[in-house]
Design a protein around this ligand. Structure first.
Ligand code: NAD
Length: 496
């Protein structure tokens, strides 16, 4: 059985783990590898390595750092198919989707190539007589990243390129469900010239996370995962004085007005709800159809879902792959049962899906519930699978009230041809990322990604300018050079 070890000081550690976790191929249901689950002591070794590396990495000139990032970018480009294949083999998503994830992560690496520009400070001459003032931003130290299973390459890449480019060192704790992408990226980064210890990977579960949250030499935590875990990480790390950004779960709504281009809305919602089998933090999982939009949309969604091909992610013809584990598939199935019990109308039932030669894979076909009411669990909870719920609303006002009452605030989209309605929506909606006729409005790397309310704890979004800000501390220097004409004791508070 293949073993996946921690990546420490520029190499993958051998087979010494006391605890191991199973890694599946979701398309076949087989255990394909076992991953080391770190003890607190192993986390300490990784943090100690990163702490040592910080002393020299922070001194590396910006242009040298940028050159390593340019090389890393080229290596990612050259190896993107292999990385996509690794993602598909452990996560299950189709290869084209995995390649898309790599490309979006690579864009953050491209953003980080510009770090000499991003770290420029401000300078004011003569703030007082012969006195100048300037601001600089410096790295915070060792940063830890805790990431979810659903984007094993892209979500870590939201964090570590920006943190490392800013002069920090990084310990990544990826999801134990699909750990191989992290080691693959670490090996490419080493090949690009990154010194050993600047990027370490510890695999593991809550034991590893808890040690990172309490370790005195970890200065900042970036995490992405479900809301209960995000809240726990935020509260625990903040209580130990760390800087924290903890991104949580989502229930992303698409609002469809009757004047929308209904074909575009249907194409968009099918892609956004069922891509990656609904296991995206920006997946659309609830549609709010205003007026008679619901009937038209239901019909068009039905036609498109009927034409979808569900199959193993490695099959170029497949559009939707399996869920990540059997346990997760069963949890999603239990929501379908709950929706039926609660009286929602199961307009599309994907429970009977059979994928030839993959009978033990973790497949579930697309499901659509119509006439869902806000008090139902299928509306309230994040299901994180291919289950789309449709709520009917009489008016825009009723729809926006529903959206804003939701505890999550990650992404949302409005579909309409009315510019005034779209503008009103973007102004009123209490959500961090908004699409106008765009179903998955994931910001580009040079903007920042993040939700509101229970979708993010902390005040910084990831990557872009907010990422640079999160991974650096500000310092303002006030300076003058001795001038004999400006001497004399003055006990007053300095003023101009
Ligand atoms: P998860 O919360 O189970 O795990 C996330 C990370 O936390 C993993 O590394 C895991 O090992 C660790 N972890 C799990 N339980 C823990 C505990 N009790 N204490 C400490 N650490 C723990 O999430 P997941 O199932 O891997 O990923 C799916 C979730 O992530 C969904 O809720 C999804 O919405 C969310 N997500 C959010 C975003 C976003 O941008 N807001 C992006 C991607 C995924």
């Amino acid at each position: 059985m293949k073993r996946i070890g921690h990546w420490l000081d520029g190499r993958e550690l051998g087979d010494k783990a006391e605890r191991l976790g199973d890694v599946y191929n979701p398309a076949t249901g087989e255990v394909t590898a076992q991953v080391a689950l770190a003890s607190a002591g192993e986390v300490d070794s990784a943090v100690a390595s990163s702490h040592r590396a910080f002393e020299t990495w922070r001194e590396v000139p910006l242009t040298h750092r940028a050159r390593i990032f340019f090389s890393f970018r080229e290596l990612l480009e050259a190896n993107k198919d292999e990385l996509a294949g690794i993602i598909t083999s452990e996560h299950g998503k189709v290869l084209s989707d995995a390649a898309g994830e790599v490309a979006r992560g690579q864009e953050v690496v491209e953003f980080a190539c510009g770090v000499p520009h991003l770290l420029k400070g401000e300078f004011s001459e003569n703030v007082s007589k012969n006195v100048d003032s300037y601001s600089i931003r410096q790295p915070v130290g060792v940063v830890a990243g805790i990431t979810p299973f659903n984007f094993p390459a892209m979500v870590p890449m939201w964090m570590y390129p920006v943190a490392i480019a800013c002069g920090n060192t990084f310990v990544l704790k990826p999801s134990e469900k699909d750990p191989s992408a992290a080691n693959f990226m670490a090996a490419l980064f080493k090949e690009a010239g990154l010194p050993d210890g600047v990027f370490n990977v510890v695999h593991g579960d809550k034991v590893a996370v808890d040690r990172l949250l309490e370790h005195p030499d970890v200065a900042a935590i970036s995490s992405v995962g479900s809301t209960p875990v995000a809240r726990y990480i935020y509260e625990t790390a903040a209580s130990r004085g760390k800087r924290v950004q903890a991104l949580g779960g989502a229930k992303n709504h698409m609002l469809v007005l009757p004047d929308a281009d209904m074909d575009l809305a249907a194409d968009s919602v099918v892609g956004a709800a069922f891509g990656s089998a609904g296991q995206r933090c920006m997946a659309i999982s609830a549609v709010v159809a205003v007026g008679d939009a619901g009937d038209a949309l239901r019909q068009k969604v039905h036609e498109r879902v009927a034409a979808l091909t569900v199959g193993p992610g490695s099959d170029p013809g497949a559009e939707m792959g399996p869920l990540v584990t059997g346990e997760h598939r069963n949890k999603v199935l239990s929501y379908v049962e709950a929706g039926l019990r609660e009286g929602a109308d199961l307009a599309i039932d994907g429970r009977d899906i059979k994928v030839q030669d993959h009978e033990d894979g973790f497949f579930l076909g697309p499901c659509l519930f119509d006439h869902v009411r806000p008090e139902m669990s299928i509306y309230k909870d994040e299901i994180f699978g291919p289950v789309l719920v449709m709520v009917r609303a009489e008016s825009y006002d009723e729809a926006i009230r529903l959206l804003n009452a939701n505890p999550y605030g990650n992404g949302t989209a409005i579909f309409t041809n009315d510019g005034g309605a779209a503008r009103k929506f973007q102004h009123e909606v209490e959500v961090g990322m908004v699409g106008v006729n765009v179903p998955i409005p994931v910001p580009m790397a040079f903007f920042s990604f993040g939700g509101w309310k229970d979708s993010l704890f902390g005040d910084s979004h990831v990557h872009g300018r907010e990422g640079v800000h999160f991974y650096t501390s500000g310092k303002v220097v006030t300076s003058r050079w001795p001038d004999p004409s400006l001497r004399g004791v003055n006990l007053g508070f300095p003023q101009n």
